[in-house]
Write a protein that binds this ligand. Structure first.
Ligand SMILES: [Zn+2]
Ligand SMILES: [Zn+2]
Length: 496
């Protein structure tokens, strides 16, 4: 079991719990994700931080704090009513990396006896926050002892100061790469990249489960580069079969693959490239395999359907899974005699839910296009007939392999930064192909966002209590969410 927080949750905890030298309490309401199938352990996802007001504390000093008994009862009943699990966190403002004190342990034992009897199917967590560290333990439902609760913070590179979490946090898991030897990687094969990433960076790359959604011109290169770089655990998801018009851009695919599912062709190719890989090939739309996506630590997508992007964005927010979206646009003018390329752009957005802006913070969704993508053939024919949509709306977009290659490589570089931590990943990158300019943009999540804002679905997992699947994003103030870095920003490259 692990606890997943976003940087916004950590900031809220710090703001309330560390405001002066007095101990305080806040309760984090958590949903659960995974655990009901073999794909991965249960993750407790923070949905909201509820500060306990000073007036509700029966004891408060620089070395102790405790809510009144009826407040404790209300806190847990409220959490229960929302179908959530509580993590009760208090502060040691005098400690950098705190541990539970003797009196904390006594209080925790009291909680455990009281609550496990009252709500036997609820997980009960307790934590202590210091100026730099957070330690957490949990009594899982039906258990009767506290055990360590490792913490993952989505977007942790944005925290200042960084948050130190318990010892269980960065321990290599048992994995089956290299015949089950935990943590071992093929040092001969990866010699050159270990020299860049270090052994532990290479190990993180090998053990991080990643989903690549969309095996087209972008996704096939992303999958291949990830595999060559040393990512060993890939889930590739795409519903389509290979058509002749895909061959100019699809890495790993050959003329005799026409008619085969894209995911089977890429799986064969990657396994030949590196037999150590564990590749799960899923011929489906991402929307139809949410359980498989809950089992990964990162989702990267290069898909042409807007509805898929919008769905993945909401999935990422709900399940606190970072999602990297890559795409591109080539514009040509309409005159068939003088036809010219007028724009050739690629863009990459890192959605670390609660830490960076999501699609809907930036108004990048397109509900009308998503609606068209969901029309049946009959409905589509009728709308064409009536002139609601035109043939141009449905024509395939232009695409060329060199632009795919540039954007795919920048995407893999961003993923590697995030996984190995050798540098902070960019939140948003835009490449202007005609001018050869790459621009990095910082993004800030909007509190008004219907998806990741205060009234959104952040960390809600599959619960439908608030705002289920809302996609109307037209009324957002974009100026709040975009903050462009001036020239000379980190990672900004200009090529003459
Ligand atoms: Zn304490
Ligand atoms: Zn958002």
């Amino acid at each position: 079991m692990q606890l997943v927080l976003s940087t916004s949750h950590v900031q809220q905890l710090r703001d309330h719990l560390l405001q002066d030298d007095q101990e305080r309490i806040a309760v984090v309401h958590c949903s659960t994700s995974g655990g009901d199938h073999a794909h991965r352990e249960t993750r407790l996802l923070a949905t909201a931080v509820h500060p306990v007001p000073d007036a509700d504390l029966e004891t408060q000093s620089r070395s102790a704090c405790r809510p009144a008994l009826d407040v404790e009862r209300d806190i847990t009943a409220d959490c229960r009513r929302h179908g959530m699990h509580p993590i009760v966190i208090h502060s040691h403002p005098f400690d950098a990396t705190p541990t539970f004190s003797r009196s904390d342990s006594d209080m925790m034992d009291g909680y455990r006896e009281w609550l496990t009897g009252l709500y036997p199917d609820m997980h009960l967590g307790v934590g202590v926050l210091g100026t730099h560290g957070l330690a957490t333990v949990i009594v899982p439902a039906a258990a009767d002892q506290f055990t360590d609760l490792p913490v993952t913070v989505v977007g942790d590179w944005l925290l200042d100061p960084p948050l130190t979490t318990g010892p269980a946090c960065d321990t290599p898991e048992t994995d089956t790469v290299n015949g089950g030897t935990p943590g071992s990687i093929d040092r001969e094969r990866y010699d050159r990249s270990i020299r860049a990433l270090t052994t532990s960076g290479q190990h993180r790359l090998a053990t991080t489960p990643i989903a690549v959604v969309g095996i087209g011109g972008l996704g096939s290169i992303i999958a291949e580069e990830l595999a060559r770089y040393g990512a060993h655990r890939l889930t590739v998801v795409d519903p389509d079969v290979i058509e002749p018009s895909n061959l100019p851009r699809l890495f790993g695919c050959h003329a005799d693959h026409v008619g085969d599912p894209k995911v089977s062709a890429i799986k064969q190719h990657l396994e030949r490239l590196n037999p150590q890989m564990e590749i799960s090939a899923v011929q489906a739309m991402a929307e139809d395999v949410p359980d498989l996506l809950k089992a990964v630590d990162l989702i990267v997508a290069g898909v042409d359907r807007v509805s898929a992007r919008m769905w993945l964005n909401q999935f990422a927010a709900r399940h606190l899974v970072p999602y990297v979206d890559a795409g591109m646009v080539i514009d040509v003018d309409d005159d068939p005699d003088t036809q010219q390329i007028t724009a050739m752009e690629g863009y990459i957005q890192l959605i670390a839910p609660g830490a960076t802006a999501c699609f809907d913070c930036l108004g990048r969704g397109d509900p009308e296009q998503a609606r068209i993508e969901h029309l049946s053939d009959d409905a589509l024919a009728e709308e064409l007939d009536r002139g609601y949509i035109t043939a141009t709306d449905l024509a395939p977009e232009p695409a060329v392999v060199p632009l795919n290659g540039i954007i795919a490589s920048k995407t893999v570089q961003l993923l590697a930064k995030q996984i190995t931590g050798y540098d902070d990943p960019a939140a948003s990158l835009r490449f202007e192909g005609l001018d050869n300019v790459l621009v990095e943009t910082r993004t800030i999540p909007s509190d008004n966002c219907p998806t990741c804002g205060g009234n959104g679905i952040l960390g809600r997992s599959d619960t439908t209590a608030t705002n289920p699947d809302r996609i109307d994003t037209n009324d957002l103030d974009l100026s709040l969410a975009l903050e462009t870095e001036p020239t000379g920003g980190k990672d900004t490259e200009e090529q003459p």
